[in-house]
Design a binder for this molecule. Sequence first.
Ligand SMILES: *[C@@H]1O[C@H](CO)[C@@H](O)[C@H](O)[C@H]1NC(C)=O
Ligand SMILES: *[C@@H]1O[C@H](CO)[C@@H](O)[C@H](O)[C@H]1NC(C)=O
Ligand SMILES: *[C@@H]1O[C@H](CO)[C@@H](O)[C@H](O)[C@H]1NC(C)=O
Ligand SMILES: *[C@@H]1O[C@H](CO)[C@@H](O)[C@H](O)[C@H]1NC(C)=O
Ligand SMILES: *[C@@H]1O[C@H](CO)[C@@H](O)[C@H](O)[C@H]1NC(C)=O
Length: 451
Amino acid sequence: MKETWNKIFDYKTDGNLIVLSTYKELEKEDNKNRISFRYYRYVSIILWLIIFSLIALVVLKKQSPLIDIVYVDNGNNDINSDKVVSCYYNTPANDDVSQLLPSNINPHLCTHINVAFAQVKNKQIYLTELQIKTIADVLQIKNKNPNLKVLLSVGGAGNNEGFSDMVVNHIARKEFIKSIKYTLRNYSLDGIDLDWEFPALHQYSRDAGKRERQHFSQLLREIRMEYIREKKNYMLTVALAAPQIIVDVAYDVDQINLYVDYANIMTYDFHYYTQYTPFTGLNSPLYARNSEYFYMGTLNINYTIQMYLSKGLNESKIVVGIPTYGHSFTLVNEDNAGIGSPASGYGHVGSSGFVSYPEVCNFLKVNSNVSIVEEKNARVSYLHKQSEWISFDSPQSVTSKAEYIKKLKLRGAMIYALNSDDYKGLCGKILFSNVSYNFPLSASIRNIILT
Ligand SMILES: *[C@@H]1O[C@H](CO)[C@@H](O)[C@H](O)[C@H]1NC(C)=O
Ligand SMILES: *[C@@H]1O[C@H](CO)[C@@H](O)[C@H](O)[C@H]1NC(C)=O
Ligand SMILES: *[C@@H]1O[C@H](CO)[C@@H](O)[C@H](O)[C@H]1NC(C)=O
Ligand SMILES: *[C@@H]1O[C@H](CO)[C@@H](O)[C@H](O)[C@H]1NC(C)=O
Ligand SMILES: *[C@@H]1O[C@H](CO)[C@@H](O)[C@H](O)[C@H]1NC(C)=O
């Protein structure tokens, strides 16, 4: 009976019952199939394992540079494609209402405002009460222009004490980065601008000084990685020196290029009075003059920008500094009043030789017979009367610079600073799209860069 049960029957068309095969035989057949199926499964698993490991190998190999390099796309294509007018705003020294107050800044003049300058103290960002209030006041401008970004600038000329101890090792840098995160969050800022003047250049006697250039790159990289880790769209910018003798020592330009949103190049102070350089000279010439060769021929905007491009700073990261202030000199001999003439000190106009644009206008207003000379190659002007000699930027000279920025397809212009532009409109206003602007220098720049 068992045997019968195990038999599988079929009927021939003539009706005779025949035995097709026993169950056992069928089972055998089935097993054979199963084995071949299993075999096929194993082979396919092994094949997939091989394919996966190959893919993993390729991916890992492709990814391994990521361990060293973070590719930054700035998170936001909007910002990336947009031109930049980055304006420094110096915290007013006190509550003197004749100074430029945040409420008097035209909300559409700049794309970015850098509130200057916080210090580094004990490896942390240090702000005075006045700076905290200033940040809050500058942030109010966003109510009128929501696209405006407000950054905190840390450092500045003569304000570099805390940087060396902060960059010296990973633990110290980490403490600073924590303080950046805290500061950006607590004060609702859009980013940080590091203005260390300059890595590796101020304390040659110290061993650590020699490695500061490398430590600075590491700091930028660690800040960027922290932003990425936190999935924050915070900005990181730097202010960089213009003279090649500083750049060669202080920066790994290709590294900076990787980690910053853009760099504000401080293309000014090429010439000013010091006891070692007792000659008149142009603060911020666009090109070399015909008679300038060798080292002197490098002290201009064009040379600096071409140098940064050749060192690997992408044009999309180059923001060219344009000053709203000039430098004054006192001539030794008022009949010898060209560029490179002997000077005995700062001029009477301005403070410590720094002359704001309204001070230039005022000098022209109250004095008759002032000589104004426009240097054809440098594309900037100087004026003199008797022993007073002043190099300054005008709406014309900043226009040449802004057009240069456009022609080279650079990211934009940096303005140093809003405070020394003619914010009261004493020199006359600039009309653009039927809107009249104070700030004739900044407005001239803005109107070219942002249109
Ligand atoms: C955080 O910011 C507020 C102002 O928004 C300020 O009053 C406060 O002191 C800050 N906190 C610290 C710990 O600095
Ligand atoms: C600008 O700099 C480049 C590179 O140094 C140089 O070739 C070019 O002649 C300069 N342009 C002017 C107008 O001086
Ligand atoms: C410069 O940056 C732009 C925009 O990010 C990019 O498309 C271009 O490839 C970069 N150029 C170089 C030489 O890396
Ligand atoms: C104006 O300056 C020129 C040369 O700088 C001089 O020859 C002339 O006498 C001056 N005129 C007046 C009115 O001061
Ligand atoms: C420019 O502004 C003036 C007054 O502010 C106004 O009368 C004039 O119609 C405006 N022109 C244009 C073209 O918008």
